[in-house]
Design a protein around this ligand. Structure first.
Ligand code: HEC
Length: 137
């Protein structure tokens, strides 16, 4: 009897975190990067830049993100929202030359950080080239 009456409550508790996870995994988190002197950034944004480097996006978009084979991301990020970025990177536009990065663990973990980094570049707040952490370790 006791077990039966608790079941609905248990179901509600089980479902709540799941619906939360759905919104927080999407575009809800605001884009936040912190930068000092143009080249010292917060830890998350640093991870974003490392992801850019590790996945060699510069092969096509240029070391300064100004475009080569692929378009300028400085321009693109003036309008590209997080959802559109997610769609582009997870799935790619393979027929147009933009690879699909959905199988990359680094991308799965860091796409929001990468978005923040590229937004900072596009805003002109983050300098091209190497970055450091703003909190000395
Ligand atoms: C092999 C070349 C290549 C590589 C590597 C590459 N891209 Fe692209 N990317 C392209 C091309 C070409 C397009 C334009 C596709 C189109 O015409 O729609 C593109 C488009 C994009 C767009 C959409 C721009 C817009 O105007 O909507 C984003 C964002 C993007 N790439 C991000 C990245 C990121 C981040 C990486 C690294 C993880 C990356 N790309 C690596 C070739 C590449």
């Amino acid at each position: 009897m006791k077990g039966q009456s608790l079941l609905p409550l248990a179901l509600v508790l089980f479902m709540l975190p799941a619906s939360f996870a759905q919104t927080s995994g999407g575009a809800m988190k605001p884009v936040a990067y912190k930068v000092v002197d143009g080249n010292k950034v917060d830890g998350d944004t640093l991870q974003g830049w490392k992801t850019w480097r590790a996945l060699a996006c510069e092969r096509c978009h240029g070391a300064k993100q100004e475009g080569m084979v692929g378009p300028s991301l400085i321009e693109a990020f003036k309008t590209l929202d997080k959802n559109e970025f997610h769609r582009t990177v997870f799935g790619g536009r393979v027929e147009k030359g933009m690879p699909d990065f959905s199988t990359s663990t680094m991308m799965q973990k860091n796409w929001e950080n990468l978005y923040a980094y590229l937004k900072g570049r596009s805003d002109g707040k983050i300098n091209p080239g190497d970055l450091q952490s703003m909190d000395p370790k």
